[in-house]
Ligand binder design. Structure first.
Ligand code: GLA
Length: 386
């Protein structure tokens, strides 16, 4: 599904499928991370924003413990599950996300009833834009309201993280759901992942004559795969050897000392996280003082660090970044977990077409699948639509 279904159309379809009107319709966005990659599970800093691509759920609670779910984007047909005795690892594809949050809420002693759910989403799947968290955040917003649990955003963030980590089995941090739940129109979410403190930072590329292009390389990634987990393990090893709770506690001034203590690979992993945290802080400061037109060099440096030190890029992402830079973007980097997914390129409005054309051409010449290129702006976080 790539175009959003209208709220009333979704509600009408729900009625057709389940024979009664939904209790409501909720939506939650995907995210783009401006900067701060693989810093969240190191208790560091991130600067993502919610995008104008969303998952929507029409949901009605039931008076038993059965879950029935259907998506507009196909796959798996009508999925039925039983909430009592739900075990981590249950479900397939997108159905793991609603089940995961129901399980995580129950685990927090929320009395979650069965429900009927119709899901729609225009967040591209597997593009590194957090399509899974968009689904989880829409569902958890609905269940939080309909059960009367009234959990605060910080608690919903932790519940969705548990759904991902334990139920789905992806060892991810808290960035994506924080952006989806706490994002706001025109603002990036500066999040301290140690205490979940959020500051909204205005990010208005257009006012600076810029657009933020997303280049979906079509190389699909999976966080449940080994690459993400092994990076996380390296960071934990580095923190342990350096005697800190998390790499957040290591400043750039300790890198020289670290080089005498860590093996070569661990040092590079640590160096990425430590310098990336520093780049997030610099980006926030520059956005406040000089605006988006001055953050290009930080985006570039972030990409180089992910490519060479953290080694989570891939040829398609590198080509997207290099080509957009040569064609006029003022800064570019891969965004998200890596090993595929999307790159972002901050581009002067007048150069946008040139960058798009150059990237499409370079992909064709390299024999890569044609990328999908679109612009994003910071949009509202999760909310009820009807
Ligand atoms: C994925 C994870 C996030 C974060 C990023 C990398 O999107 O879900 O928690 O770790 O990768 O910054």
């Amino acid at each position: 599904m790539s175009t959003a279904t209208d709220t009333s159309v979704l509600a009408a379809r729900f009625q057709e499928v389940f024979g009664a009107a939904p209790d409501g319709v909720w939506q939650a966005p995907g995210r783009v991370n401006l900067i701060g990659e693989h810093t969240d599970y190191n208790e560091g800093f991130v600067l993502p924003f919610a995008i104008d691509k969303t998952a929507k759920v029409a949901l009605r609670v039931r008076d038993d413990s059965t879950v029935r779910m259907l998506s507009t984007f196909g796959g798996h047909g009508l999925v039925e599950a039983e909430l009592n005795g739900l075990e981590p690892g249950s479900g397939q594809g997108w159905s793991r996300y609603p089940l995961g949050v129901a399980w995580a809420l129950k685990d927090r002693d929320v009395n979650v009833p069965g429900f009927d759910l119709l899901l729609d989403s225009d967040v591209p799947l597997g593009a590194g834009l957090s399509s899974s968290h968009a689904i989880e955040c829409a569902v958890i917003s609905a269940l939080n309201e309909l059960t009367g649990a009234g959990l605060a955003a910080e608690e919903l963030v932790l519940a969705t993280q548990r759904a991902e980590n334990v139920f789905v089995g992806a060892p991810t941090g808290i960035m994506d759901q924080s952006a989806s739940l706490r994002g706001a129109k025109g603002q990036a979410v500066f999040l301290d992942c140690r205490d979940q403190h959020v500051e909204l930072v205005p990010f208005d590329a257009e006012a600076s004559g810029l657009v933020l292009l997303v280049i979906d390389t079509k190389v699909s990634h999976s966080h449940a795969d080994g690459g993400y987990a092994s990076r996380r393990a390296s960071c934990e090893l580095g923190a342990e050897i350096l005697g800190v709770k998390a790499l957040r506690d290591v400043g750039v001034e300790r890198l020289e000392e670290a080089s005498g203590l860590l093996d070569e690979t661990t040092l590079r992993r640590v160096r990425h996280v430590v310098t990336e945290n520093d780049r997030v802080l610099q980006t926030v400061e520059i956005l406040g003082t000089q605006g988006p037109a001055s953050i290009g060099a930080l985006l570039d440096a972030s990409h180089v660090s992910m490519r060479d030190d953290f080694e989570i890029s891939c040829p398609e992402l590198d080509l997207a970044v290099d080509t957009s830079r040569s064609a006029g973007a003022i800064g570019a980097r891969m965004t998200g977990g890596g090993f595929g997914g999307s790159a972002i390129a901050l581009t002067p409005v007048g150069q946008e077409q040139q960058v798009r054309d150059a990237v499409v051409r370079s992909f064709a010449e390299a024999g890569f699948t044609a990328p999908d290129i679109f612009t994003v702006t910071p949009a509202a976080g999760a909310r009820r639509l009807a």
